[in-house]
Design a binder for this molecule. Structure first.
Ligand SMILES: C[S@@+](CC[C@H](N)C(=O)[O-])C[C@H]1O[C@@H](n2cnc3c(N)ncnc32)[C@H](O)[C@@H]1O
Ligand code: SF4
Ligand code: SF4
Length: 453
């Protein structure tokens, strides 16, 4: 098993850094920054939100009044986000418009079931990104993909989405991935696949993977490519690899897009770009934007990596103040000429700011994320959520991968528990992802404290 021995922790910021580059990534503040300049950068960063027009008002996500409790959350989201990023609206839809069903004791299938396949069972991933969220702790690979197929059969379309992503794993390394996706489609659910894209071209050449993907895809199915670079050298550094993979990934992406165009497949293709010191230049951004605009992509999303999971909040705050906020400020300036001005623009190019991952907003008690998802991790256990889905957070396990629907439903119900106290997560350095932060914040603002039903 690959323990990422070539990664070391940045002693100051608690972020993984490629060996020998401890001071390069990500400890960077604007050059010559004084306290005043840093403060200004922070204020701009927090004000920035999503850099797309029109700009988002944060207050819309925190309804505080009695009146707010009766307003449909979806309608409170005033500003456009691409489909799939309006988390509160998605939860609201899943609850069939009735948020009072939350914690009423009824077992409700969550919106999505997420799998972190065990890659090829030998190495978690073929890349070693310095930012990889799950790079701390034991990276067990004990999930049997046949049990994944069995669970998809048991669920039989009861969750709207089945997602294949990872904490520290790469799903395309699993030889049964296309079988899993095909099984999801058999029951009429949508699939989502998040990949580093390295094997797209090779898998098409060896077994027609991309053709198969386009063939089975229906409206709502998506592939997200975590590209994180605009040129080959920054890609190699971001992914911490010896070889250059960028050109092959772009070829794979082009191949996928050409198959999609030829077959008329409705597969949605998104590209994500985490900003770091190597990939934040005019040349990098203009190149990726040029590539993206020449392809039938749905979106190109830029963001700043959050601190990896497992560190104390004090360390995460240091990382935020010294890296995320100054970088965010710089990123907004750099991206301003490129971000979409119109909702209908394709690909929709936008920036998602770090306020969506701010630990200081994680001050709620109840977790409603069990209505949105449940996660099967690469170690073969079911976890409360994807951001704690690794053995480091074994206290968050709901049990081994279920073999009957009864076992599964018992786990889902345990994950929809008002008495589960989020502070257990926060005390262990586990943090909500963007979806959970948004929905838990909303629930707390409406039903938290004295308003608890
Ligand atoms: C851990 S990866 C697993 C799937 C696949 N290996 C990949 O890279 O797409 C899942 C997603 O988490 C994102 N991710 C990983 N570490 C992150 C961090 N520190 N901050 C923000 N996103 C992160 C990746 O970019 C990717 O989109
Ligand atoms: S490609 Fe994905 S799983 Fe692999 S190291 Fe990078 S973020 Fe982690
Ligand atoms: S980390 Fe957040 S989303 Fe996950 S179980 Fe804890 S409170 Fe819920």
């Amino acid at each position: 098993m690959d323990k990422r021995s070539n990664l070391s922790l940045d002693p100051q910021l608690g972020c993984p850094t490629p060996e020998g580059r401890d001071n390069e990534y990500p400890a960077r503040a604007p050059e010559g920054s004084s306290g005043a300049r840093l403060k200004e950068a922070q204020e701009r960063a927090w004000a920035g939100q999503i850099v797309a027009m029109p700009r988002r008002k944060t207050s819309v996500l925190r309804p505080q009044t009695e009146q707010a409790k009766t307003v449909e959350p979806a309608k409170q989201t005033e500003v456009f986000r691409p489909k799939g990023y309006d988390y509160l609206g998605i939860l609201h839809e899943r609850m069939e418009g009735d948020m009072s069903r939350i914690f009423n004791g009824e077992m409700l299938y969550p919106r999505q079931l997420e799998f972190h396949l065990a890659s090829d069972g030998k190495q978690p991933c073929n890349f070693h990104c310095g930012h990889c969220q799950g790079s701390m702790g034991d990276q067990s690979l004990d999930l049997d993909t046949n049990k994944v197929l069995n669970l998809i059969d048991l669920i039989a379309g009861r969750t709207e989405y089945v997602i294949f992503g990872g904490q520290y794993t790469e799903p395309t390394l699993d030889h049964q991935l296309l079988d899993c996706l095909t099984r999801v489609k058999k029951y009429g659910s949508n699939f989502g696949l998040t990949t580093n894209g390295s094997l797209l071209k090779r898998l098409e050449e060896s077994r027609g993977f991309l053709s198969g993907l386009c063939e089975i895809a229906e409206d709502g199915d998506y592939l997200t490519l975590s590209l994180d670079a605009g040129l080959p050298e920054s890609h190699r550094r971001s992914k911490n690899t010896q070889e250059y993979w960028f050109d092959e990934i772009i070829e794979g992406l082009r191949l996928l897009c050409s198959i999609k165009a030829r077959t008329g497949s409705p597969l949605t293709i998104r590209v994500c770009y985490l900003l770091n010191r190597w990939n934040m230049s005019e040349a990098e951004i203009s190149n990726i934007v040029k590539i993206a605009r020449g392809l039938p992509l749905a979106s190109l999303r830029f963001s700043v990596p959050y601190a990896i999971y497992g560190h104390k909040f004090s360390r995460v705050r240091r990382y935020r103040d010294r890296w995320e906020l100054p970088t965010s400020s710089e990123a907004q300036q750099l991206l301003e000429p490129y971000v979409s001005q119109d909702q209908s623009e394709l690909p929709y190019i936008f920036y998602f700011g770090p306020e969506h991952q701010n630990v200081d907003r994680m001050n709620f008690n109840q977790c409603v994320h069990g209505y949105y998802q449940i996660t099967v991790a690469a170690d073969g256990y079911v976890y409360r959520c994807s951001s704690i889905a690794q053995p480091l957070f074994s206290w968050g396990r709901l049990g081994p991968i279920p073999e009957t629907r009864e076992e599964l439903e018992t786990m889902i119900l345990r994950n929809q528990d008002r008495s589960f106290d989020c502070s257990i997560c926060f005390e262990h350095g586990a943090r909500c992802n963007r979806v959970a932060l948004e929905t838990n914040t909303w629930y707390d603002s409406v039903y938290g404290g004295d308003s608890a039903p």
